[in-house]
Ligand binder design. Structure first.
Ligand code: ZN
Length: 511
């Protein structure tokens, strides 16, 4: 019965964290601006209650008994695995001093306000002292948690368990080696015409079409909804209520289409977690105190990237669906072909802003941020030298001169909110998506054939079996090992990028 007592406690923790997420969703979609300060208190209160409940005497007592009760079970037994995961989460929180958490929360509130002002005024110097404090606190945090080789390892473990500063540097070196020559070849080639994407696209019609696409790929509207926001996101309050948001620009069509497919991909992951896992340790991140069913940030991103890029930005997808898009926007898309549309939405254009980057340059933005974070954490780069290091990296990777810090080092909210170590997830998601798709195409020709004909249910079924249904029960590399026969491997991603962009830019294949 102690196992049941323990899972009851964890169910309560789940409820509190899901409720906090509802408040967050509301604050980013519906809440009047005046509500922000008190809403911040409400969310913080729920998170503190969740953490207190997790590490409480009651939960610890139940854990001890449940450990004894399940000790004789096989180590792969779900009950024993659940007890072990809960025990690890409690031990993790026990290592973090309460006053450190308090200082982090206080700094975060001030740092975000200063960052927003510094960005508006393009003045890194204004934000610099707060970033120095942030890095110092992150080092303290890493020391409290502990790490084997590098303080960054303790941070990245929160988002991408198993990765370290060293493993990421190794992965990124291979990606750079593959992407850089392709990018240079693409830049030397002629750009496909894409001006028509900037014509007039009424918002209501964008919304209707985006919803149709999300439904087509398998996002379940009975357990979902689509709202409008400035920065699109997905959030779930158990698998039974998984919401996505998107944005509509009247004079630029791609964000609504591909943003919706992206968030719907995240949503499909959450909607297909095994119902048995609802309100358990495998449906929530007890270290980060966030209600999420996906096993890592990178694994989550693999599903959004897969639907956004491998499905949504593929030639086959628009061969099937362009006529319907054209019928929705007959004037704006008059005279455009499926091929022309596909080439336009895949146009490569190196730029300063990460969230506007195309598929080929996106990883460059990520890799430079991760490298700078690692150097800041180890102390080989001082915060005051960061803007210069940023400019040098953008120049080296993308050949661009950063005009000001707002379009440089100040563009992301992450560091001001005390998030260090999460950026790699985006690139890991790209790599994992390609690896899954390559295996699907070689091992499951019937799934590939259905996908190519516009029936996306078999693909969702295959991904559910390989990834979604397991929730947080298995690590990213365990899922990959089982589905593809090996852990994370950059080769399929580089093959995919080469095939795709050589086709779009009509480049010869490398010898
Ligand atoms: Zn995403």
């Amino acid at each position: 019965m102690s196992y049941a007592a323990l899972t009851d406690e964890i169910a309560t923790v789940n409820d509190l964290l899901n409720a906090a997420s509802v408040l967050t969703w509301d604050s980013r979609t519906m809440m009047p601006q005046g509500g922000s300060a008190t809403r911040g208190n409400q969310i913080a209160t729920l998170m503190v209650l969740a953490q207190e409940r997790l590490v409480s005497g009651n939960t610890r007592k139940a854990l001890e008994k449940a450990e004894a009760e399940t000790a004789s079970l096989d180590s792969e037994d779900p009950k024993r695995a659940a007890v072990a995961a809960i025990g690890a989460a409690i031990a993790y929180h026990a290592k973090i001093p309460a006053e450190l958490l308090r200082r982090k929360a206080e700094l975060r509130t001030t740092a975000q306000t200063v960052w927003a002002k510094a960005r508006a005024e393009k003045d890194f110097g204004m934000f610099s002292p707060y970033l120095e404090q942030t890095i110092a606190l992150q080092r303290e945090f890493a020391e409290a948690i502990g790490y084997a080789a590098h303080p960054y390892d303790a941070l990245v473990a929160l988002y991408e368990p198993g990765e370290t500063a060293a493993s990421l540097r190794g992965l990124f070196a291979k990606l750079r080696e593959g992407i850089q020559p392709l990018l240079r070849a693409v830049q030397a080639a002629e750009d496909p015409p894409s001006e028509f994407l900037h014509r007039e696209f009424p918002e209501e019609l964008q919304r209707d079409f985006a919803l149709k696409l999300a439904g087509k790929i398998g996002y379940d509207m009975n357990r979902g909804r689509l709202d409008k926001t400035v920065h699109p996101f997905e959030v779930s309050f158990t698998r039974n209520d998984v919401r996505i948001t998107t944005k509509y620009l009247r004079d630029y069509l791609p964000p609504a289409l591909f943003g919706t497919l992206h968030e719907a991909g995240h949503g499909i992951y959450e909607q297909n977690v095994d119902p048995e896992l609802t309100r358990t340790v495998f449906a929530t991140d007890l270290l980060g105190l966030y209600a999420v069913g996906g096993t890592s940030y990178g694994a989550h991103e693999s599903q959004s990237r897969l639907y956004e890029n491998h499905i949504g930005r593929s030639r086959g997808f628009w061969d099937l669906h362009f006529s319907s898009l054209q019928a929705t926007f007959p004037e704006a898309l008059a005279g455009i072909t499926a091929e022309g549309f596909h080439r336009a939405v895949n146009r490569v254009r190196p730029g300063f802003i990460r969230i506007e980057a195309d598929e080929l340059t996106y990883d460059m933005h990520i890799m430079l941020r991760v490298e700078l974070e690692i150097r800041l954490m180890e102390g080989s780069l001082a915060v005051r030298d960061l803007p210069e290091a940023w400019r040098a990296a953008i120049k080296a990777d993308l050949g661009l001169e950063v005009p000001d810090d707002a379009r440089g080092v100040l563009q992301d909210i992450h560091w001001s909110s005390g998030t260090v170590g999460s950026f790699s997830a985006y690139t890991i998601g790209n790599v994992m998506a390609a690896q899954l798709m390559q295996t699907m195409r070689s091992d499951k020709p019937e799934v590939a054939a259905a996908t190519d004909q516009g029936d996306y249910a078999p693909l969702r079924g295959w991904l559910t079996e390989a990834v979604h249904r397991h929730g947080r029960r298995h690590s990213r590399d365990t899922l990959l090992q089982r589905a593809t026969g090996r852990p994370l491997d950059p080769a399929p991603y580089l093959d995919y990028l080469n095939a795709k962009y050589r086709d779009i830019y009509r480049l010869p294949l490398p010898a």
